[in-house]
Design a protein around this ligand. Sequence first.
Ligand code: DX5
Ligand code: ZN
Length: 222
Amino acid sequence: MTRPLLVSPSILAADFARLGDEVRAIDEGGADWIHIDVMDGHFVPNISFGFPIIEAIRPVTKKLFDVHLMVAPVDRYLEAFARAGADLITVHAEAGPHLDRSLQTIRAMGKKAGVSLNPGTPASVLKHVLDRLDLILVMTVNPGFGGQSFIPAMLEKIAEVRDMVRGRNIDIEVDGGITRANAAEVARAGANVLVAGSAVFKAKSYAEEIRAIRTAAMSIAV
Ligand code: DX5
Ligand code: ZN
């Protein structure tokens, strides 16, 4: 099944003093989704932002809010993220003991459900929850910070995930160190949703950078 190639810029790398304008700029610059990184200072060694920020930017764009929760325990917050404006809620497989329950909760609210895998977590942990999934996020850096280098060993995991979800309606997202230089190889391995933080927000033209990442990925997409 060929899935559309999507670019989801991470606002973690945006200028927070001008966040509304930044979201508008990536929307107008051709972003397919808006990637929103929530870090709790517990599951990951960094704190980013929470509900009020997501609510504040919700009226700025109609694009899908791709909310990546680096939060543990996460279940008690799922409803609040849905209410704040999340369309897709991705939890970490490592974040809690009841992954299947978290996914049920997300779907029961009418939202898309995703699971993220840290670099050290094998794809096989998702084998028995595939029916509950809309997206699998393969972390290509260790979560917690923007601006890190892509881990090449994740290409093999992306390909494993692709084989595991074959024939299902599940997106494969990659997140961390994605640039126009490695977009082709992650797409070749099977990713169809590319998150990019620094690459987009450090570029002079957001539109040109988003286009370059998309073009590189689509040049080999099968
Ligand atoms: C890392 C976050 C990523 C990060 C990506 O924990 O999940 O979304 O912001 O940023 P870059 O593209 O700069 O690696
Ligand atoms: Zn992320």
